[in-house]
Write a protein that binds this ligand. Sequence first.
Ligand code: PBG
Length: 324
Amino acid sequence: MYPIQRNRRLRSSEIIRSLIRENVLTPNDFIVPLFVVEGKNLRESIPSMPGYSRMSLDLLAGEVKSLWQLGLKAVLVFVKVPDHLKDNKGKEALNKDGLMQRSVKTIKDAVPEMVVMTDVALDPYSSFGHDGIVEEGKVVNDPTVEVLSQMGLSHAQAGADVLAPSDMMDGRVLKIRTALESNNFKDTLIMSYSAKYASSFYGPFRDALDSAPGFGDKKTYQMDPANRSEAVVEALRDIEEGADIVMVKPGIAYLDILREIKNAVNTPVAAYQVSGEYAMLKAAAEKGWLNHDTVMLEQLLAFKRAGANLIATYHAKEASLLIS
Ligand code: PBG
């Protein structure tokens, strides 16, 4: 009770504050999303994601070397698939010489220790822009899960360390885990997007990969933003099915979910600060309405405080430059 207790004593100097600080950001916290395209010497800017670009395979090696030098140790790979290779069943996703598979090899050749994570979902490969196979206007679960398990296996065969299923089909973690075990990929990790919400914050990402749904929305598989308990159910089921890390997505607007899951599980928990969040800060900073760097670090720190062990973020590179 005041004046015996004075809360400001612990804030009286930067030295005291640093000694008692509960969370600190380091490059070890970050996962760097990378967008890869076919072609040569391409670094294509994405209008709704200022400062971020899609790059061709030949530029990927240099990029991951510079990430490694910054202390960044994990990348999450997404590919932009040419229209003529898209179909309903995502056949191209299984091509062992496909863009994803070649990207994994390129990264591993450039920096063997880099942890390579791959997005496992059909949307970039789907002529409908959905995360699953469409039958009679509906995204069907079980046939999709079959393809996803082969897709995951194909990424592991290409050298991926971590598979990141982002599709929200039921049972996909179990099917992927089973495919890995029966093919002797016993150390391949699964980082499941367990609580992935049907969010409007993904808009710029869909611009980047040209992967917006051609009809309808994703509400029959991605979660309702109104729900919290359901997120815990999703995470617990994914862990039972063999996930090593569970993820919450989007980020800042879902920190309550992140903490809820952190309290409910004993595995590491990841958060994904998505494209729309990145775009919002860039836009506000461009207008001079927010201080870009300090807001960025405050947001990233909020993820740690909320319980994230890992943060997938488009700010990884610029944040690492500031904190190391
Ligand atoms: C695809 C996928 C999406 C994102 C990651 N994987 C988009 C979606 O579900 O429509 C979004 C990432 C972002 O917005 O940064 N399954």
